[in-house]
Every structure is written in structure tokens, then in C-alpha cells.
Ligand binder design. Structure first.
Ligand code: DNO
Length: 398
């Protein structure tokens, strides 16, 4: 597998020369500063390529291999607003990216939220930190801080009762921290999101059933996949994180069955999956080896991360902590073996994309990570440790 590293651009506290020391050989990046719905121009794409390939005027030996993400606008997801213009811009961005040599493009179709955690610095026994999603804390936010209409009916009465008691304990300061942690997963996350902004975004999807959002995703793919095919682009959709509905929003890519339905509806090698074990693996039913056996030929990009379910759950909704890459609920060794076997199959059949790009997704904050500022989930040392462990398993599997 091609070992890649997510780099957020020149403002990332981890520099390109730091990345060279991790042993990664490729970069995953995006033009985070371009607003959703606007065209990624050749100029901006080439600038980012230069920042990666020639950081201080000298070659780094690294290349920009995967775009994560070319964001799909809320207009396209909800099919409300300037849908046609945004689709046109998306196709244009794909074309510009392909002209610059970029052909693996990740995106997601989660309305409003991207990833969601309630604690960004959950202390671990060894002194490091992990990210955690605690269902009771999330219900505190949903029902008692955001006060989303009807939220209490989304959960069992018992767990809402537990959340109410925790809300009383948290106090103002605790609720402010909780809100900041949850808002950190909103696209373009910054302190500018107010509770009213969140409420306003939710309105566009009020009453939207999962089936309607899935059909919007299929419509989106029908609009852009022909362009991707012509350009030799592999689009790959990231799963819902976590893989269950939140804030009354519909979810469409939480399970293998969801992927089978969407990839079957637009059956093209240009429409594929970002296989994120950290997102899918939160669900008890997730079977990574079976997923790869059935849909492996459509996996264009891999995020290797592990989670451990722990704490309160409500039906199919769980609390979990991000685990060590080789720990947690997902059997990472079996997963990597299955991915390496998929690569072998591609080689035998002469597929050009026989080396699948992977990146160590997230990592615990360890050692100097604890004092270095950075994006939640993207510490240097923790990810480097994850990559080193995963690299060992990859070598042992080949
Ligand atoms: C979280 C990431 C996600 C992912 C996007 C892809 O850390 O895995 O933000 O990049 O959902 O579109």
C-alpha cells in the first residue's frame, strides 16, 4: 500500500520536512481555504503541489497523491439553492485536478457535520490523550444545550434521564467545552459557529428521510461520474463518522449495505469508497474482511484507525474511544491482510491502480504532541507511531 500522510497546508504545524521523517511517501491534502461550491483553479492546485514537492526550494521527494476532500456543498447534498452552479464547479474542479495529475478524490456526503466527538483530549492511563465520543454527553448537547426540537424523542427515556442529570453536573463551563468539542467537527471548523448557526443548518434537512439523501447522493454521482470517467478520476466517498444518525440528520454511508446500494446504483470504477475502519468500525456489525471481499475492488483510498466501544449505548448508537491503531474493536491485522490480497488481485488482473493509498488516520496525542498545537486527531508523534505499527503489519502481510 502507498503510505500517505494528511497535510493541511502551510498552516499545518507539522511541516513537509517533518512528514519526510515519518517514512510516508505521499501526501493527502486539500485546498481548505476555497469555499465549498467554488472552482479549484489550476493556479491554486499547482501552488499546493509546489508547497508539497519543493517546500523550501528543494525537492522533498513527496507528491500530492490524494485529494481529501473536494467538498460537496450543502446545496448539492440537500438539493436546495445553487445546485446547478455547484455541480458545474465540481466538474470543473475535477477537470483542473486531473490536468494537474490528481486522480484520487475523496469526499463525504454527511449533511452539516463532518466527524463528531464530544471529548478531544480524553486522558489515557499512560498520560497521552485520545478523542472520544460519549453518547450521554452528545445527548446533553442535543437535548439541553442546542435544544433541538423533538430531540428527546430520538433516544430512549432512560438515557435522556442520564443526560439530564449530567447536564446539571456540567454547569456553564462544562457545556461550553462540550459545545466547542462538537463544533470542532463542523466543516471549516472555527470558533465562528454559534448555536444558532447550527440550528439554521439543521433546518434545511428537517424531515429529510435517509432514502431522500441517498437519492441525492446518487443524483450527485450521476452528474459527476461521467466527467470522472472521462478524466480517469477515482472518486471515493468517506463513511459517516460516527456511523449512526446525529442531530436528526439523515445518514447514508454507515454500513457495507449502504455502500453496496450506492456503488451499485452508479456502477463505475470512477465511483468508489474511502474505506475508513475508524468510522465504520464503531458499529458492532462491521466486518472489514467481508467488506473488502465484496467491495474491495471499489476501494480507492484507505484510512486505518481503530476505535473501542466503551460506555453508554442506546440501540445502535455507541460511545467509543479512539484506540491504538492495532488495538480496539477492529482486527487490523486481518483487515490489512485482506487489503494486501486485494492489491495482489489487482496486480494479477493488470489494474493500473494496484497500489492503494492508505494513511494512518488520527492518532493519540503523545509526548511532544501534548504541547504542540494542531488539528484535533492529527498529532505528529501519535500518527507516526500508528504508521510505524501499520507499516510492520503491511510488510508482514505481503
Ligand atoms: C476526520 C476525517 C474526515 C474526512 C472527511 C472526508 O478526521 O476522516 O474529516 O477527511 O470526512 O471527506
Amino acid at each position: 500500500m502507498k503510505q500517505t500522510w494528511r497535510w493541511f497546508g502551510p498552516t499545518d504545524p507539522v511541516s513537509i520536512s517533518d512528514v519526510r521523517q515519518t517514512g510516508a511517501s505521499g501526501i493527502v491534502s486539500a485546498l481548505h481555504h476555497v469555499p465549498n461550491g467554488q472552482v479549484w483553479t489550476h493556479g491554486e492546485i499547482r501552488k499546493r503541489q509546489r508547497e508539497i514537492e519543493m517546500p523550501d526550494g528543494d525537492p522533498s521527494g513527496l507528491t500530492w497523491d490524494v485529494v481529501e476532500s473536494l467538498p460537496v456543498s450543502e446545496a448539492i447534498k440537500s438539493q436546495k439553492g445553487p445546485v446547478k452552479e455547484h455541480l458545474e464547479a465540481y466538474r470543473q474542479s475535477l477537470s483542473n485536478l486531473a490536468e494537474c495529475g490528481l486522480r484520487t478524490i475523496c469526499y463525504n456526503f454527511m449533511p452539516v457535520l463532518d466527524w463528531t466527538r464530544t471529548d478531544l483530549r480524553h486522558p489515557l492511563p499512560h498520560g497521552g490523550h485520545a478523542m472520544r465520543f460519549d453518547l450521554v454527553d452528545f445527548i446533553v448537547f442535543d437535548c439541553f444545550v442546542l435544544e433541538r426540537p423533538g430531540a428527546v424523542h430520538d433516544y430512549s427515556a432512560e438515557i435522556v434521564g442520564t443526560a439530564q442529570a449530567r447536564f446539571a453536573e456540567l454547569g456553564d463551563k462544562g457545556c461550553r467545552t462540550l459545545t466547542a468539542n462538537i463544533v470542532a467537527g463542523l466543516p471549516g471548523a472555527n470558533n465562528a459557529w454559534s448555536l444558532d448557526d447550527v440550528r439554521e443548518c439543521l433546518v434545511a434537512y428537517r424531515g429529510t428521510p435517509h432514502e431522500a439523501l441517498r437519492s441525492n447522493l446518487i443524483d450527485f454521482l450521476s452528474e459527476v461520474v461521467p466527467t470522472a470517467e472521462r478524466l480517469g478520476i477515482r472518486l471515493c466517498c468517506h463513511p459517516d463518522d460516527p456511523p449512526f444518525p446525529l442531530l436528526g440528520l439523515p445518514r447514508v454511508l454507515s454500513t457495507e449495505q449502504d455502500y453496496a446500494a450506492v456503488l451499485g446504483a452508479v456502477d463505475s470504477p470512477s465511483s468508489g469508497a474511502t474505506f475508513c475502519t475508524g468510522s465504520l468500525g464503531v458499529a458492532e456489525e462491521f466486518d472489514p474482511v467481508a467488506f473488502i471481499a465484496r467491495l474491495g475492488h471499489r476501494i480507492h483510498f484507505v484510512h486505518l484507525r481503530n476505535t473501542a466501544r466503551s460506555g453508554p449505548r442506546d440501540g445502535q448508537r455507541y460511545s467509543f474511544t479512539e484506540a491504538e491503531h492495532l488495538g480496539g474493536d477492529t482486527d487490523m491485522v486481518a483487515t490489512i491482510r485482506a487489503l494486501v490480497a486485494q492489491e495482489d488481485r489487482r496486480r494479477e488482473t493488470g489494474r493500473a491502480d494496484c497500489e492503494i493509498p492508505m494513511r494512518p488516520d488520527h492518532g493519540h496525542a503523545l509526548l511532544s504532541d501534548l504541547v504542540r498545537p494542531g488539528q484535533p486527531g492529527y498529532p505528529l508523534i501519535g500518527r507516526m507511531r500508528g504508521l510505524a505499527e501499520l507499516r510492520g503489519v503491511m510488510l508482514g502481510s505481503s
